[in-house]
Design a protein around this ligand. Structure first.
Ligand code: SF4
Ligand code: SF4
Length: 101
């Protein structure tokens, strides 16, 4: 599923530039995540980059947008133009920084 930013966000700006999918943007009062662009960083990195840098741990799973790892990989393919087959065996260790052919 995609992630969501809670109202504990302090607008420190560090998450927006690290998102590989341009999913993070400045909202009306705090930063927000476009759920249609968030893959939990699947396909790009081993862990969610925004979560890794957030100093106040205010980025959490968005339970209103449930998605499987397979669906996240398909979203990655659609966003990037890649054609990576989902591999359940390596789901916890997805390919890194894949670029379109
Ligand atoms: S989890 Fe990854 S893709 Fe989703 S908003 Fe955070 S940095 Fe962007
Ligand atoms: S890193 Fe965390 S606190 Fe900083 S802008 Fe992003 S969500 Fe808000």
């Amino acid at each position: 599923m995609s992630l969501i930013i809670t109202d504990e966000c302090i607008n420190c700006d560090v998450c927006e530039p690290v998102c590989p999918n341009n999913a993070i943007f400045q909202g009306v009062s705090i930063y927000e995540i476009r759920h249609e662009n968030c893959t939990e960083c699947v396909g790009h990195f081993k862990e969610a980059q925004c979560v890794a840098v957030c100093p106040v741990n205010c980025i959490i799973k968005d339970v209103s947008h449930p998605e499987t790892e397979e669906a996240l990989m398909e979203k990655f393919n659609q966003l990037t133009g890649c054609k990576v087959d989902y591999d359940a065996e390596s789901a916890s260790n997805p390919p890194l920084l894949l670029l379109p052919d």
